[in-house]
Write a protein that binds this ligand. Sequence first.
Ligand code: HPA
Ligand code: ZN
Length: 331
Amino acid sequence: MRDFLKRLPKAELHLHIEGTLEPELMFTLANRNGVKLPYESIGAVRAAYEFDDLSSFLELYYSGMSVLKRAEDFHDLAMDYFRRAHAEGVVHVEMHFDPQAHLARGVELESVMEGLGLARREAEREFGMSTALIMAFLRDRPAEEAMRVLESAAPYWELLDAVGLDSAEVGHPPSKFAEVFQRAKMLGIPRVAHAGEEGPPEYIREALDLLDVCRIDHGVRCLEDPELVTRLREEEIVLTVCPLSNVRLKVVERMEDHPLPELVEAGLRVTLNSDDPAYFGGGMLANFQACHDAFGWSRETFIQLAGTAIESAFISERRRLELHRRLAECD
Ligand code: HPA
Ligand code: ZN
């Protein structure tokens, strides 16, 4: 099964590029940039990755990225991930990035875009991998700040496949960002949002009604609201579910308790993703394997989920056809 899951052409729709920072690269970049880390060793970094919830993770996530300073660092970060993902049979990666987390440290958007842009072209050339870019707003920061970031990103609007919404969810409903997302819509930029990870089903409704998103990131708490489940099914909204992330952040206690089988059974359009692979115990292959181990899913189920990811990826129709063909040939 592992060989099959590795061969399966996987499209990843929910990944935070800053969450791919492995401890090894964290130390390399800290040395290169003269950043002092609060850890003695690589082992100590890994040992610190025990989380109680989303916010206890976010603290380490934002502190880890302090080593990212220049375009070169963002390039190395992304290439390090693309290389690993390629080795796991990932053919397409859509990456969220958090400009506000970098601006707050004096790192300009230009450096982020230059480094990620370089890495994207290299991944295409070296691995035949396609990539997409999702500029995320931090929902625990003021909406006005998000609006300023969106406006200041004008030179890069063409390069953005979507805008997203992440960071601490509870207490920061999608409604807070209605205007920002309205502006993105006016600019013709597609929209996605994290909702229903720790937040209530109501946040999923708001993301649909007020942010007009085409996908919901996580969305697992929709099951608490049967009418919402019906709506998600009828409107064919894709959920980008991140099973290992949900276990590590204690959205669920154990993989065996994860509502993924229920979501699939309910006829929802579900995809599997890694979220922050360096922090949550593995990339796409580990997430697929964990689902196999916990739910005993057949090849057909994995083919169905991989197909849903290809259907809803931000790629050209030509690339979509190519990936569907590769999926059909995979056995
Ligand atoms: N949830 C919300 N915000 C995030 C996450 C997450 O899993 N990872 C990085 N930012
Ligand atoms: Zn996420």
